[in-house]
Every structure is written in structure tokens, then in C-alpha cells.
Design a protein around this ligand. Structure first.
Ligand code: SF4
Length: 375
């Protein structure tokens, strides 16, 4: 296991007793300290009360029935009212139901709001992600560069993405060569997670590219896993509502919230209806959890010339709708990929200025947003 003295100083300090992070990510901290149980382990002990060969509406009905009471069950386990070890292994579990639903969705893929409806099980490829049913990863390692509370993070990078950001820093794995990387089975993915945990990972961090097109493999891998470790969804959150329902299994969320303006989203990530989709999903994630709120670290990348149209309204929206989220206000934007070579993108062909960053930080402070421990 990773020892404290080897950690980045802020990754240790962020867990001081008076830290707001300890309150906002309480369940995550309790999982690290074996005081409570990761959600995916709980889903293995919930009786789905349905046969897996039923038709799709019946399977979704069974899923919805459980999903609506799942939060309450987590709270009972967290409080000690219900003992996890006293729960039996059911004939068909909530987790197995999710695996089946993901496989059915793959036949007419609606994992994300691109809704390509191709049959990936039959070898068809997604229009945007360019993936059939096989998942590939480009790397998996203990990441020490993530937000302080997440370090060290057992990060698994999937290839491919459903976005086409013109400034993507990982375009080599997400857009240009989505078929790079090593094909990965659910069993192998579970084994990688186990090893990362053994090396000291505080969480298993599914990222890319984008993890969403690989939903079926990620969920199935959890059937082969029994380690009590936080599951972290690190995503652009442009997934479908159905995918969000299957993902109530995640303990911590690390979503991007890039644009407030749909025009900006269309211009720079070639994605329609961005705000409605991502804000809907973020509200769902905020409603999940054992606490009165989901445990979320929102990443907002401040882009040059986009503080007024995107950054400030996004911060306002967060303060109003997800006030107990942590927010990483990111200054890391730099022009890359297509930006420097295409005059069309000249408005974002520079780094954000310190005046732009200060404006964002100051407004976040005015709104009472917690950003300093993760930015
Ligand atoms: S994951 Fe999204 S982009 Fe890929 S096939 Fe499915 S709906 Fe299309």
C-alpha cells in the first residue's frame, strides 16, 4: 500500500480534519478507510427479482424499481443499520441486471447522446467513437497528477472518444488512432484494477479518450472484482440517460463541464445539444450517493475569450444546482491539435490570461464555490 510520506504534500493535507473535502467526499474517505462499502459491491447483494431473458421493458422496470431505493439502502449500510456481510448473494443481482442491460444497449448503441443505434455486438462501429464491441486501453497506472483528494489514482485510459474537441491534448488516443492500445476483456480489466489497488490506488479511475463507449466492459469487469475500492467516472458526461441510470454504481464523479453555450460546444467539440445533456446528467449524479448529494469534482477548463459566455454562467449554475460539488477551475488550456494550424480557431489560439483566470476565481469565491483544494 502507498504510504503517506510518499504522497504529494497537498494530497495528504487535503484530508486534514478541518478540511471541507473530508465533508464533501465523506463516503469516498470512508471507503478508503474501510468504514463503508463501495457501491458496486452492494449491487452484487441486491436481488433483481427478474430473469435475464425477459424482454427489455421488464428488465428496465426491474432496474428502475431498485434504482429508486438504492440510495436508501446505501444510507442504511453506511449508518450500520444494515450489515453488508449479512446480505446474501441473490440468484440474479442488480449488477448482473446492469451487465445484461448494457449488452442489450450495445445491439443498438445508445451509450451516449450521439445515439448511433448501430449493432456493435455484430461488429458495426459507432459513427463517432468508431468502436465495435471491443474495448481498448492505452495505459493504466498510478496517477499522481490528478486532483489532490484522488492521488494516487488508479487511472485506466481507454482509447477513442465520442467528442471531436479541436484542442484535444490526448487526440492521439481519442481521435486520430482510436484503435491503438490493447484490447481488454472484462476479466483482464478486473485484474488491472486489483493490481492498481494493491499498489495503493485510492480509486479506480475510468478515463480516456472517453469511458462511455466502453460501458459494457467496465460494468462487466466488476463481476470479476471483489475489492473494496472507490469507482470513479472521469468523463465528458455526454452519456445517455439510460447510461446514467446504469452508472448509479459509481462512487465518485469527475465530469468535465466545458461549455455553457451550445454554439461553443458545436464549434469546438462538434457536439449538439451539449448543455441540456450534460446538465441533466450532472443533476442525476448529484442526486446519487449515500450522502444527501453525490460526490463530485467538476472540472471546468477555462478557455481564452470564453469566460463571459461559458465560465461565469457555468459557475452560477453549479452554485445553484450542485452546491456541494468541488470544482477544479483549470488553467491548463493550451492551443493544440487543430487550433494552431486552422485560422478558424484563432479566438482560442492562446492560453487564458491571468486576468481571465482571476475573474473566474473571484466569481467562484463570490458564489461560495469550493475550488481551492482541487484546483
Ligand atoms: S458510444 Fe456513442 S458514439 Fe459510440 S456507438 Fe454508442 S452512441 Fe455512437
Amino acid at each position: 500500500m502507498m504510504v503517506w510520506r510518499l504522497l504529494r504534500p497537498d494530497a495528504k493535507k487535503v484530508w486534514d480534519d478541518d478540511s471541507v473535502v473530508k465533508t464533501l467526499l465523506k463516503r469516498y474517505w470512508d471507503i478508503i478507510n474501510e468504514k463503508t462499502t463501495a457501491k458496486y459491491l452492494i449491487t452484487k447483494r441486491i436481488d433483481a427479482k427478474v430473469e435475464l431473458n425477459e424482454d427489455l421493458p421488464k428488465l428496465w422496470n426491474a432496474h428502475e424499481r431498485i434504482r429508486k431505493s438504492f440510495k436508501n439502502m446505501i444510507q442504511r449500510i453506511d449508518s450500520g443499520e444494515l450489515e453488508y456481510d449479512s446480505l446474501d448473494n441473490p440468484k440474479v443481482s442488480y449488477l448482473e441486471l446492469k451487465v445484461e442491460l448494457a449488452q442489450r444497449m450495445l445491439e443498438e448503441c445508445i451509450f451516449c447522446e450521439r445515439r448511433c443505434r448501430v449493432n456493435r455486438r455484430e461488429g458495426e462501429k459507432g459513427t463517432w467513437c468508431k468502436l465495435d464491441e471491443r474495448a481498448r486501453i492505452s495505459s493504466a497506472f498510478l496517477h499522481h497528477g490528478e486532483e489532490a483528494p484522488l492521488v494516487p489514482s488508479g487511472t485506466i485510459f481507454f482509447t477513442s472518444c465520442n467528442f471531436c474537441c479541436v484542442f484535444c491534448q490526448n487526440y492521439d488516443i481519442s481521435q486520430v488512432y482510436p484503435e491503438n492500445g490493447v484490447e481488454i476483456s472484462p476479466e483482464k480489466l478486473a485484474s488491472i484494477s486489483r493490481n492498481l489497488r494493491r499498489e495503493g490506488a485510492r480509486n479506480i479511475n475510468y478515463v480516456g479518450g472517453e469511458p462511455t463507449p466502453n460501458l459494457h466492459v467496465i460494468i462487466e469487469s466488476l463481476q470479476y472484482s471483489d475489492i473494496n475500492v472507490t469507482q470513479l467516472w472521469n468523463s465528458n458526461l455526454y452519456c445517455s440517460e439510460e447510461t446514467m441510470k446504469l452508472l448509479d454504481i459509481m462512487d465518485v464523479w469527475l465530469p468535465d463541464l466545458k461549455y455553457y453555450s451550445d454554439e461553443c460546444a458545436k464549434e469546438f467539440s462538434i457536439v449538439p445539444n451539449y448543455w441540456a445533456v450534460v446538465s441533466r446528467n450532472l443533476k442525476m449524479a448529484y442526486d446519487y450517493g449515500g450522502l444527501d448529494h453525490g460526490e463530485i469534482i467538476i472540472r471546468h477548463l477555462v478557455m481564452p475569450n470564453h469566460v463571459d459566455c461559458c465560465t461565469l454562467p457555468i459557475l452560477e449554475w453549479i452554485a445553484e444546482n450542485c452546491p456541494k460539488s468541488l470544482v477544479n477551475i483549470m488553467a491548463q488550456y493550451r492551443p493544440t491539435h487543430l487550433v494552431g494550424s486552422n485560422k478558424k480557431y484563432s479566438s482560442i489560439n492562446r492560453r487564458p490570461t491571468s486576468a481571465e483566470m482571476d475573474k473566474a476565481y473571484k466569481y467562484a469565491d463570490e458564489l461560495g464555490i469550493t475550488w481551492k483544494p482541487v484546483s
